[in-house]
Design a protein around this ligand. Structure first.
Ligand code: HDE
Length: 701
């Protein structure tokens, strides 16, 4: 197509670039702005490079080609060394009450105060393009743009961590990510290096129990908790300090998927989590978390059986209740993924007056690390000038220059003290209200050592395990068996079981049996004998903290020609009332013709909308339709997977040929016959349970 010229409309969506006088270039037509170079020169031809003759060589003077390729070649920045895959959204934190007695932090002085927020959720180990449902910890990083500067709570969806001291972080992450000789496996801990490291690091055992639970395969970011992990301090106007642990509690209730489901979601929709958050916000169903604080003093800290500076331990909510102080609402998607989600730079050192650190050695190391990583990733100390990172309150520093400086002070004063006086002298220290550190008394010998108070590695792992329902305990055991079955070195498998013997005998035996270990190892030597009398904590279970409604969840309806349109409408209405969503899955995406002649549009073709994408399913096929679908593997999988994944399954009598082909009995647990439109509401009510757990022992995937 030599000599082809561009069609119209190629510049739609481009930023309008204004000229020096503020007026835009002549428009390309209608509201479409003219395409220009970065220098503002209008482009006449964006389809062909400049050549000598039609078939000749390209000319070096083609500045537009050179600029376009140059910029493209530099589009990527280094991905985060951990938490590379993430998804962010904007919102706000609204306080319920004043906490002035506990902290001087400005955002907590008034009930009803709204502070703009940006939240980035992430997985830890996988690269930027890895699937969302990897078994992994989720990052839960919150940037609060307060009136006294930015405060970052850079947390996870698990309240404890693998290691106690920052010096082990590079080792931990090296072991979890791809093995260096082969460059795989991607986004999974089911490999030798990871289990080798953690089995030689007993302090990791509490976290290892957590990551083998369904916490690491959340159904959605919306249905998981967040934790600040470390103990922080809140400091009031009188300088009194209170220890605090931060919690984010999802109003939507906790929910996870099953492992077999996670594996299949990764194939069907590797963007499952980011799409879920995007869809919910776009639909106006704004997810909310309540901000909770566990507040305690030195006296409690001294009496608590574990060290509150040890990030491998939590404080049970039964010991220190979580005080709910506000809510975080996410109500706006980003305009540009790169500018916001990729360029956002969280730093644990970003705190505000009224908040302070403790000496948790993991937190101390993080405070050092994050600035460093942002410089590497964003390439300039001026990353704080980027709109997503800049405070929304006024800020004035005496720092200057550097790559890409685009917030530049005017005037002569770039040092202090100076004698220029008044505003000409530039910013000065705050007379009152500036950041002051808590005046903690500190003294001691310089040494590399772990305190004796960090030496208990198993008690809380045991407490976590015993706090789970039977179903959840079975999932933990199955996850150990799965992961360790991917470990090629038998000695590593047995070393893990040796640790589990210090956690719970039944768990260790189930895992050993699942692995067919020839010989039960001796329990690992414990630095301190585990406490066996810690009471179970309900807050640690997912299933005991599930939703009480089906709101925010999805039903997938498999339909064919001849579907009962009244039933579809009744389901839609019942779901609307509940705050749930109905998605139509059909043999073709164009839709189906209902028995009454009306047309029903589909959202997915059956092989693009497998049941793993939904929380519950209904089979609304005609008898003929069911017979045809019974011949198709994707349609049979829709049913067998929904059954194996313990989903509530609504079905009309005419769907029987499909149920038969899938080997599913119409009267099994969690199967709900839909005889008429009036049954729709009862089905949606039943869906509140999310799963038919009774089915699990017989429905092993
Ligand atoms: Fe991080 N961590 N981390 N981390 N972390 C990073 O910073 C680090 C730790 C967490 O969405 C990095 O910007 C060290 C605990 C989240 O942008 C890096 C240590 C917790 C995010 C870094 C830890 C976290 C990060 C990589 C041990 C939970 C993603 C890219 C001392 C409380 C933030 C970046 C986002 C990111 C270092 C341990 C949470 C390299 C050295 C514990 C949620 O700076």
């Amino acid at each position: 197509m030599a000599g082809r010229k561009g069609g119209s409309g190629t510049a739609a969506g481009q930023a309008v670039v204004t000229g020096q006088g503020g007026e835009t270039h002549q428009r390309a037509g209608g509201d479409v702005p003219v395409l220009t170079t970065q220098q503002g020169v209008p482009v006449a031809d964006d389809q062909n490079s400049l050549k000598v003759g039609q078939r000749g060589p390209t000319l070096m003077e083609d500045a537009h080609l050179r600029e376009k390729l140059f910029h493209f070649d530099h589009e990527r920045i280094p991905e985060r060394v951990v938490h590379a895959r993430g998804f962010g959204a904007h919102g706000y934190l609204e306080t319920y009450e004043s906490l002035a007695d506990i902290t001087s932090a400005d955002l907590f002085q008034r009930a009803g105060e709204k502070t703009p927020a940006f939240v980035r959720f992430s997985t830890v180990a996988g690269n930027k393009g890895s699937p969302d449902l990897a078994r992994d910890v989720r990052g839960f990083a919150v940037k609060l743009y307060t009136k006294q500067g930015n405060w970052d709570i850079v947390g996870n969806n698990i309240p404890v961590f693998f290691i106690q001291d920052a010096i082990k972080f590079p080792d931990l992450i090296h072991s979890a990510k791809q093995e260096p000789d082969r460059g795989f496996p991607q986004a999974q801990t089911a490999h030798d290096n990871f289990w080798d490291f953690v089995s030689l690091t007993p302090e990791a055992m509490n976290m290892v129990l957590w990551i083998m639970s369904d916490r690491t395969i959340p159904r959605s970011f919306r249905f998981m908790e967040g934790f600040g992990v470390h103990t922080f301090r809140l400091v009031n106007a009188e300088g009194k300090s209170t220890f605090v642990k931060f919690h984010w509690k999802p109003k939507q209730g906790l929910q996870s998927v099953l492992w077999n489901e996670a594996v299949k979601i990764n194939g069907a929709d590797p963007d499952f989590h980011r799409r879920d958050l995007w869809d919910a916000i776009q639909a106006g169903d704004f997810p909310e978390w309540e901000l909770g604080m566990q507040l305690f003093d030195e006296e409690f800290a001294n009496a608590f059986p574990f060290d509150v500076l040890d990030a491998t331990k939590l404080i049970p909510e039964e010991d220190v209740p979580v005080r709910i102080v506000g809510r975080l609402v996410l109500d706006r998607c980003v305009d540009n993924f790169f500018a916001e989600t990729e360029q956002v730079a969280f730093c644990t050192q970003n705190i505000v007056p009224g908040v302070d650190f403790t000496n948790d050695p993991l937190l101390q190391g993080r405070n050092f690390s994050y600035l460093d990583t942002q410089l590497k990733r964003l390439g300039s100390p001026n990353f704080t000038h980027l709109p997503i990172n800049a405070p929304k309150c006024p800020f004035h520093t005496l720092q200057q220059d550097g790559h890409m400086a685009f917030v530049n002070p005017k005037g002569r004063a770039n040092y202090e003290p100076n004698s220029w006086g008044g505003t000409a002298g530039g910013p000065r220290e705050a007379a009152t209200g500036g950041f002051t550190s808590y005046a903690e008394d500190l003294a001691g010998p310089k040494l590399r050592a772990r305190p004796e108070t960090f030496a208990d590695h198993y008690s809380q792992a045991r407490q976590f395990y015993l706090s789970q329902t039977e179903v959840e305990q079975a999932h933990i055991a199955a996850a150990f068996v799965f992961e360790l079955s991917k470990v090629e070195t038998p000695a590593i498998r047995s070393r893990v079981v040796a640790h589990l013997l210090n956690v719970d005998d039944d768990l260790a035996t189930t895992v050993a049996t699942g692995l067919r270990l020839k010989e039960m190892p001796k329990p690992a030597e414990a630095a301190r004998p585990p406490l066996t009398d810690l009471p179970p904590s309900r807050a640690l279970s997912i299933l005991l903290n599930g939703p009480d409604s089906f709101a925010g969840r999805k039903v997938g309806a498999l339909v064919t020609d001849g579907v009962d349109a009244g039933l579809v409408t009744a389901l839609k209405d019942a779901l609307d009332n509940e705050g749930g969503i109905l998605r139509i899955v059909a043999p073709a995406v164009g839709g189906v013709q209902a028995a009454d002649g009306s047309w029903i549009d589909a959202d997915e073709k059956v092989d693009g909308g497998p049941s793993v994408l939904f929380d519950a399913v209904v089979l609304l096929t005609s008898e003929d339709g069911a017979r045809t679908l019974a011949q198709q593997p994707a349609a049979r999988d829709f049913v067998t997977d929904a059954f194996a994944h313990l989903k509530l399954i609504g079905h009309v009598a005419t769907a029987k040929p499909l149920l038969d082909a899938a080997g599913v009995a119409a009267d099994a647990a969690g199967m709900i016959a839909l005889k008429a439109a009036k049954d729709a509401a009862a089905f949606v009510e039943a869906c509140r349970d999310l799963r038919a757990w009774d089915r699990e022992p017989t429905a092993k995937p």
